[in-house]
Design a protein around this ligand. Structure first.
Ligand SMILES: Nc1ncnc2c1ncn2[C@@H]1O[C@H](COP(=O)(O)OP(=O)(O)OP(=O)(O)O)[C@@H](O)[C@H]1O
Length: 291
């Protein structure tokens, strides 16, 4: 059984979001819709083991549509494994996942048509140029050629890749690879976008552009779910947060709920994952000593 989930400072569970919050209208939307929107992602009793290692231990998640959702947790918490199962890249041992109202494993074609994914350790077609990669992805997505060309031109331009569009992907830098992967994930205008560490290796100017693009995208009612270790980034971008540690969800809810009375998301996070006071480095007393 999963252990009881508490917010920081012992406040009762932010786990299992209250339905009134879970069905709130998209951030940035003005007129409230009459019918409550279905969650973008619903996860029930999801498990994954790798041999003896339990990577994901029976988690439940309900991520509202139209939000910027951050999935945070320490190294090895189970974020990538969770995102892989939610996006249909890894089969769970047990549990159910629905994305945009469709069962990920029961109706994979419907789900894949509605999502965009920027996975960890992104594998790209290295011998294509950036533009060729987008053309190929657009065609695979069933978009008309002229539409693909137009969207590719705009994405390359906005993401500052126009100058490198004819360069082979194998010659792209880490940040450029993230950006072309993001462009490919956005090309078909998905309902839900999953991004595993999207800002890793991306320079501050491009990061700002990516933020602006993603903020505009969520304002249209679409959902972004991204994993990150960078709390300041999550705090400034996300309006909904799920905290994972040891394969379990420690808290989920609005940023304010998860932060609770803590001065920052970072402090709340350290408390939630039980890392307060750890890692002062005192055991490394030889480091910096006499040589
Ligand atoms: N293919 C695999 N085979 C064996 N163990 C795995 C595999 N994938 C993940 N794990 C283990 O499952 C646990 C969760 O890993 P996961 O990659 O999901 O964590 P994470 O939260 O994404 O970590 P990080 O922030 O470091 O990327 C870890 O203990 C990891 O060693």
């Amino acid at each position: 059984m999963p252990e009881e989930q508490h917010g920081p400072g012992g406040t009762p569970a932010t786990a299992g979001p209250p339905t009134d919050i879970g069905t709130a209208p998209p951030a940035g939307g003005s007129a409230a819709p009459a019918a409550p929107a279905a969650p973008a992602v619903e996860v029930e009793g999801l498990w994954k083991r790798f041999g003896e290692q339990i990577a994901v231990a029976g988690i439940d998640l309900s991520l509202p549509a139209g939000r910027f959702v951050g999935l945070v947790g320490p190294n090895g918490a189970g974020k990538t494994t969770t995102l892989s199962m939610v996006t249909g890249l890894l089969r769970p041992d047990q549990g159910r996942v629905r994305v945009a109202g469709h069962d990920v494993w029961g109706d994979p074609v419907a789900v894949k048509a509605r999502i965009g994914v920027l996975p960890e350790g992104l594998r790209l077609f290295e011998r294509l140029s950036g533009r060729e990669l987008l053309s190929y992805t657009g065609r695979l997505r069933g978009l008309p050629g002229a539409e693909v060309d137009q969207r590719a031109t705009q994405l390359l331009d906005v993401l500052d890749l126009a100058g490198a569009q004819h360069k082979l992907v194998v010659d792209y830098s880490t940040g450029m690879r993230k950006k072309i992967g993001l462009a490919a994930a956005l090309l078909h205008n998905p309902e839900v976008l999953f991004l595993d560490e999207p800002f890793e290796g991306v320079d501050p100017v491009s990061a700002q552009t990516v933020r602006t693009v993603l903020e505009r995208y969520t304002e249209s009612g679409a959902t972004v779910v991204f994993s990150s270790h960078v709390m300041e980034l999550v705090e400034s971008l996300c309006d909904w947060v799920a905290v994972m540690a040891g394969g379990r969800i420690r808290a989920q809810g609005t940023l304010a709920e998860v932060r609770g009375d803590a001065p920052s998301l970072q402090s709340a996070f350290l408390e939630l994952v039980g890392a307060r006071g750890r890692g002062t480095g005192e055991t490394l007393d030889w480091l910096g000593g006499a040589r």
